[in-house]
Write a protein that binds this ligand. Structure first.
Ligand SMILES: Cc1ncc(C[n+]2csc(CCOP(=O)(O)OP(=O)(O)O)c2C)c(N)n1
Ligand code: SF4
Length: 337
């Protein structure tokens, strides 16, 4: 099997995909299968772990190892899988409810520890599976089954939470933009440590159109900016808009107006350890600023599972290997007479 080149089709299971027709999850599944083939992963060395939710059904549709676990615990179980077998490529699939409500604690610690997981967060801003309760990413004022008069709280921004948890990799895409989702998944897999890829996902049943402002094909070039490491932060249908810093704030300028040239536009450095600018880029939305998509942050740092492996090897090297019986009889032992 070693030299076989797997295709996206080889990562598809025989299970019938049970999402609603038109659900954004289909596009994310397809991008993932393509990315795995491109990465030359093998189904037998790949594990896809999820919690509970429509999105979390994804492991059924993969021909890899998989575990549809319990609500909010995907990060914990994926951590165990990766630490027990660091050679596996481990992907966590999660929804905004699964990841940021019940699973928030597990998520932030997997990110802080920098476990080498590829976490795909399918953000439809609602609990889909349980039929439309608001989630931690639902916008203030949004009317749902559990907020009949509109929510009265502000949502999490997944990027902000990831970086607040000392995250070293964050990327964002939109379900309809398959190539950006694919690229983000590739970069996430290459990054050693916890990689979070948020994909804005349309739920045709409970939040249909919630991402339209950014996902609409006609207006997307003016309302989003695809960040690429080492490239100028330029966007717009005419590629004439750019981002600059105005004091401590990001500002959109037009190239060719008021003496602005390409030279004045910021260059994206995803590898900068100081996350101040990454925060600003990740938080852009509306108020004249475009939504940042692509890889926003991609920084190297010590990786938890590798550290565990190295520490065990080091401790074992400095201590004689003992039998369990010797170990039990070592240290403080006594005989009961
Ligand atoms: C302990 C526990 N609490 C609550 C539930 C009910 N539940 C199942 S999925 C879900 C929310 C899923 O939302 P999200 O993660 O956003 O996924 P989506 O269905 O939108 O893809 C909830 C509350 C559960 N299964 N287990
Ligand atoms: S309820 Fe929404 S998220 Fe769930 S499968 Fe249907 S469209 Fe997708």
């Amino acid at each position: 099997m070693e030299n076989k080149q797997y295709t996206a089709g080889d990562f598809k299971s025989a299970a019938k995909v049970t999402w609603c027709p038109g659900c954004g999850d289909f596009a994310i599944l397809s991008s993932l299968q393509k990315a795995m083939a491109e990465l030359k992963l093998t189904p037998e060395n790949t594990a896809v772990i999820s919690g509970i939710g429509c999105s979390s059904r994804l492991p059924y549709f993969m021909a890899t190892y998989g575990f549809h676990t319990i609500h909010g615990r995907g990060s914990a179980i994926a951590t165990g899988v990766k630490v027990a077998n660091p050679d596996l490529s481990v992907w966590q699939i999660t929804g905004d409810g699964d990841c940021l409500a019940i699973g928030g604690n597990h998520f932030i610690h997997a990110v802080r520890r920098n476990v080498d997981l590829n976490i795909i967060l399918m953000n439809n801003k609602i609990y889909g599976l349980t039929k439309g309760q608001y989630s931690p990413t639902t916008e203030r004022g949004y009317v749902t089954k559990t907020s009949p008069y509109g929510t009265i709280e502000d949502p999490f921004v997944p990027a902000e939470l990831t970086m607040g948890a000392r995250g070293n990799f964050f990327a964002r895409s939109i379900d309809v933009d398959l190539s950006t989702t694919f690229d983000c998944m590739i970069e996430a897999a290459k990054h050693k440590g916890a990689s979070v890829v948020e994909v804005l996902q349309n739920c045709v049943i409970f939040t249909d159109g919630v991402h339209d402002y950014y996902s609409d094909k006609e207006t997307r070039p003016d309302r989003t900016i695809l960040l690429k490491h080492g490239e100028k932060m330029i966007f717009g249908a005419n590629r004439d808009k750019g981002l600059v810093l105005d004091g401590l704030k990001l500002k959109v300028v037009t190239i060719g107006e008021n003496g602005i040239t390409q030279e004045d536009i910021l260059t994206h450095d995803a590898t900068e350890a100081d996350n101040a600018l990454h925060y600003k880029l990740a938080l852009m939305h509306n108020e004249g600023l475009p939504l940042a998509i692509g890889v926003i942050r991609n920084v190297e740092a010590p990786v938890y599972d590798q550290e565990v492996k190295a520490q065990i090897a080091e401790v074992q090297a400095n201590k004689p290997q003992r039998k369990l019986r010797d170990f039990l009889l070592s240290g403080e032992t006594w005989e009961v007479k």
